[in-house]
Design a protein around this ligand. Structure first.
Ligand code: ADP
Length: 257
């Protein structure tokens, strides 16, 4: 029995085909989100990998910001439920999930069976999100995927005092104009993200073990800045950006049974 989970985010579209609720048959991630060709392209990619069609899916669940746009879905489910489900499959001991995506930050408390107990979310401004990092990467003429590596080369502490994306961008430009080393600026940017995320996490309460999900969990610099600020270890699964799509596919399986 095959089930499909599609997570249409603001920055990227992700999809997972699960067999019998436990085996991942195909996964896809296209870095363009809601309102773009992202959905069509992930479906083509999944078909190329698995040779399975939508008709062969026993259930299809959509999640993410653009979840209502995907008409083949039998149901749309909030990202919160899907992330909790996906994390429970990968790391069942988890009690707190920190999800940093393209345009929001969420901190979720989960119970023993992966049920969502409580959450807080910042979706009002870009501070602390993947978009903030995308803006900074552009100013630094690099790619978001390189920021983690760059931060590791930092030798001198440099703090970005403004958390607002627009003001922080000006601050970064002025640091660069004053000859600051790029790795130091990047590490400062990561600490700024960690500060926002930590403020949010403290509002909901942090219970270990912690897991970070979402595209930004692939940035080792943000993960380590956050670990330092929280003084707690944070686990990252092998595919943090696919957690929501995986959870959607798993929910699809549970409903189909
Ligand atoms: P959404 O669900 O809102 O589309 P995602 O969870 O897919 O968001 O995360 C998108 C964010 O992930 C981007 O804004 C970017 O900052 C970050 N990101 C994506 N790919 C990478 C990568 N290879 N390395 C580090 N960060 C990444």
């Amino acid at each position: 029995l095959y089930t499909l989970g599609v997570d249409i985010g603001s920055s990227a579209t992700k999809a997972v085909i699960l067999q019998d609720g436990c085996t991942i048959v195909a996964t896809s991630m296209i870095p363009s989100g809601a309102g773009t060709s992202g959905v069509r392209r992930v479906l083509e990619d999944l078909h190329r990998q698995s040779r399975l069609s939508l008709e062969q899916m026993s259930n299809i669940i959509a999640t993410g910001y653009g979840r209502e746009q995907f008409s083949p879905a039998r149901r749309s489910v909030s990202e919160l439920t899907c992330h909790a489900k996906g994390v429970h499959l990968l790391l069942p001991q988890t009690r707190t999930i920190i999800d940093v995506g393209g345009q929001d930050v969420k901190v979720l408390q989960v119970g023993e069976k992966g049920a969502l107990l409580n959450f807080v979310m910042n979706d009002k401004c870009a501070a602390g999100t993947g978009r903030f990092l995308e803006v900074m990467a552009r100013v630094l003429e690099t790619d978001v995927s390189k920021l983690g590596e760059l931060a590791r080369l930092s030798e001198q502490r440099l703090d970005i005092s403004s958390t607002c994306t627009v003001f922080a961008e000006s601050e970064v430009i002025s640091h660069l104009a004053n000859g600051a080393a790029i790795p130091d600026v990047v590490a400062g940017i990561h600490r700024s993200v960690a500060k926002i995320v930590c403020g949010l996490a403290n509002r909901v309460g942090i219970l270990p073990p912690l897991v970070m999900t979402g595209g930004v969990a692939q940035n080792a610099g943000v993960v380590s800045a956050l670990q330092e600020r929280l003084s707690l270890p944070i686990a990252v699964s092998s595919m943090p950006q696919l957690t929501g799509a995986l959870g959607a596919a798993l929910l699809g399986y549970e409903q189909a049974c």
